[in-house]
Design a protein around this ligand. Structure first.
Ligand code: GLN
Length: 250
């Protein structure tokens, strides 16, 4: 009798522990990383985190009924953090590339983007062909950095690395670098919101790459499915268009 009670007690305890640790439970709070200063996708405004990615994630989570905690961090830590399972997912204007597909799974694409070359507003440089012997500023771990690295030898150029977009832009403004490589919508948003833009895009976009939400490869199909289902819902409801219009216009 005593023994049976004990066994029942242990079984109840184990069940309780497995519920507490969320073993198999679907009601967890996802840890989702984002970039720190990446307007119009994520940035701080009046002490609040706002932007296209932030509002899109909010709308998708609401539509799908999941909760999450936002973790703003330097972009270079995001993909490694997802791979190492320290983060459940990330939304940070992340370009969909074949290289990254080896280590992360992407959602359906949610925004068209691509890398542009940015120079000082009064620069005489007109595009990539003028970059011989120039100094490039890039942000660590980005698609822009990968593109700059791929043409570095060809143009005998120098490269300087930064942790965030504002410091990278600043390097060009101050003349420490001749150009930087940043996603077109991010560069355009910066110019649009300034009265006297000190920088400009030169030439055409050098790549064309959409953005996707990411999770660790092969490890979080559930969150990915929720993101995709939610994305379809917010597109159908018009919420998606409203968010884009709010930050970029029609
Ligand atoms: N779209 C670029 C990339 O994925 C940059 C993203 C970012 O800086 N947040 O590499």
């Amino acid at each position: 009798m005593m023994k049976k009670k004990l066994i029942t007690g242990i079984a109840t305890l184990l069940l309780g522990v497995s519920l507490l640790t969320g073993c198999g439970s679907k009601s967890e709070k996802y840890m989702i990383a984002t970039d720190v200063t990446y307007a119009p996708f994520e940035f701080e405004q009046n002490g609040k985190y706002v932007g296209i990615d932030i509002e899109l994630l909010e709308a998708i989570a609401k539509a799908e009924g999941f909760t999450y905690e936002l973790k703003p961090m330097d972009f270079s830590g995001i993909i490694p953090g997802v791979q190492a399972n320290q983060l459940d997912g990330a939304i940070a204007g992340i370009s969909i590339t074949d290289e990254r597909k080896k280590s992360v799974d992407y959602s359906n694409e949610y925004f068209d983007s691509g890398v542009a070359i940015v120079a000082k507003a009064d620069s005489t440089l007109t595009g990539e062909s003028d970059l011989q012997g120039k100094t490039f500023a890039v942000k660590k771990g980005t698609a822009g950095a990968a593109y700059a690295e791929s043409i570095l030898a060809k143009y005998g150029a120098k490269i300087i690395y930064f942790n965030d977009t504002p410091s990278m832009f600043q390097a060009v403004t101050s003349g420490n670098a001749d150009v930087c490589f940043e996603d077109y919508p991010v560069a355009m948003y910066k110019f649009k919101t300034e009265t006297n833009p000190e920088l400009k895009v030169i030439g055409d976009k050098v790549t064309s790459t959409p953005y996707g939400f990411i999770v660790k490869k092969g490890a979080n199909a559930e969150l990915l499915a929720k993101f995709n289902a939610g994305l379809a819902k917010v597109k159908a409801s018009g919420e998606y268009d409203a968010i884009i219009a709010k930050y970029i216009g029609k």
